[in-house]
Ligand binder design. Structure first.
Ligand SMILES: O=C(O)/C=C/C(=O)CC(=O)CC(=O)O
Length: 220
């Protein structure tokens, strides 16, 4: 039973959006509990969950005695209420650099890969992947160009930012498409750096309690 000072993440191991929030919670060292919402089994459409998020999507974070939906809103709230190890830079131009990388992933790529969207296109998983490939290629080509300008050790300079929180889950998901990752050297360099960080390892889908046995622990 959640208490008023509990932090509870409504989560699915493979959800890109929920994974961003896990990254930020672990990065900031904020303890939380998990409630699983199996997106592949359609649990996001059940009435009890729709009361929490009428859109029927994860993540939802219960925090400070309230529910917050939408990963970017949640992570901004976390940064503003718990500013240690900020993930959104205070400098407005640097923050814009972070947000434009995030928006390509959040607005152009992830919605087209959601289970509900993919099923509208086709019920054939192979066809769903083929359809995603065009959007993925355009999105990653643009993110690669942005990182060529902005990246240092991480996506924007040498500090970990929310752009990194969004990048890792999307690279992992893109592996299903088996793209030629050598076309994206900056993305892959930053991705490998990030996987060295303890917080990113803890938040990784492959280390999630709900991860299927066949891919469990495969952090790569
Ligand atoms: O497609 C759905 O029904 C639900 C989607 C989500 O809950 C989250 C989502 O956007 C997928 C993701 O984060 O990877």
């Amino acid at each position: 039973m959640a208490t008023s000072d509990s932090i509870v993440l409504y989560d699915f191991f493979a959800s890109n959006c929920a994974w961003r929030v896990r990254n930020v919670l672990h990065w900031k060292g904020i303890p939380y509990e998990t409630r699983s919402v199996n997106l592949l089994a359609g649990e996001q459409h059940k009435p009890a969950f729709l009361k929490i998020n009428p859109y029927g999507a994860v993540p939802v974070l219960y925090i400070d005695n309230r529910f917050i939906t939408q990963s970017v809103a949640i992570c901004e709230y976390l940064d503003e209420t718990r500013p240690e190890k900020r993930v959104f830079p205070e400098d407005p131009y640097e923050k814009a650099q972070v947000r434009r990388i995030v928006e390509i992933i959040n607005s152009y790529l992830v919605p087209l890969q959601n289970p509900t969207t993919a099923k509208k296109h086709s019920n054939d998983p192979e066809e769903q992947l083929a359809w995603s490939m065009d959007f993925f290629t355009k999105g990653f080509t643009v993110v690669e160009k942005l990182l060529a300008e902005t990246s240092g050790r991480y996506s924007v300079g040498d500090d970990v930012t929310f752009a990194d929180m969004a990048l890792v889950p999307q690279v992992w998901r893109a592996k299903r498409l088996k793209p030629d990752f050598s076309r994206f050297p900056n993305i892959m360099r930053v991705y490998k750096e990030l996987l060295q960080l303890e917080a990113f390892g803890k938040a990784h889908a492959a280390n999630h309690k709900d991860c299927p046995e066949d891919i469990r622990g495969d952090v790569c």
